[in-house]
Design a protein around this ligand. Structure first.
Ligand code: THU
Length: 135
């Protein structure tokens, strides 16, 4: 799928957002390496700390459906670009290879692209050869 198509899906997902506290409606579209796309929106909570971000929603949907090989994610909001919070950067790090691309865009002609290493340098995770395991 093209990045513009992914942007349009993410933008459409902002309409599903539950954001009565911030009024910042976020949508995400996560593409797996096999081409499957999972969507997400932010789901806020009266206990603000329980809020779920759009990209984490999409990733949890994908993982719970048996998908773990991710190619790229697009995140956008009703008001323009949306930057992944620290929790989401760490969350995505758990499941993403070095070639994973994180995108945000205010509109389909202004798409910014980053690698995981750019948005979370020296990121931490407990997996890989050091543990002799593949999760
Ligand atoms: N939010 C996301 O869903 N994704 C992002 O990339 C940035 C922030 C949400 C969390 C909260 O519901 C609202 O935006 C304001 O922080």
């Amino acid at each position: 799928m093209t990045d513009k198509e992914l942007y349009r899906i993410a933008k459409e997902m902002t309409k599903m957002s539950y954001a009565p506290f911030s009024h910042f409606c976020v949508g995400a579209a996560l593409e797996c390496k096999d081409g499957t796309v999972f969507t997400g929106c932010n789901v806020e909570n009266s206990s603000l700390g329980a809020t779920m971000c759009a990209e984490r929603t999409a990733m949890c949907k994908a993982i719970s459906e048996g998908h773990r090989d991710f190619a790229k994610v697009m995140i956008t909001s009703s008001g323009g670009e949306a930057w992944p919070c620290g929790i989401c950067r760490q969350f995505m790090k758990e499941f993403c290879d070095d070639d994973f691309i994180i995108m945000t865009a205010a509109d389909e002609d202004h798409i910014r692209r980053y690698t995981m290493d750019e948005i979370l340098p020296e990121g931490f995770r407990l997996r890989g050869e050091a543990f002799g395991e593949t999760f």
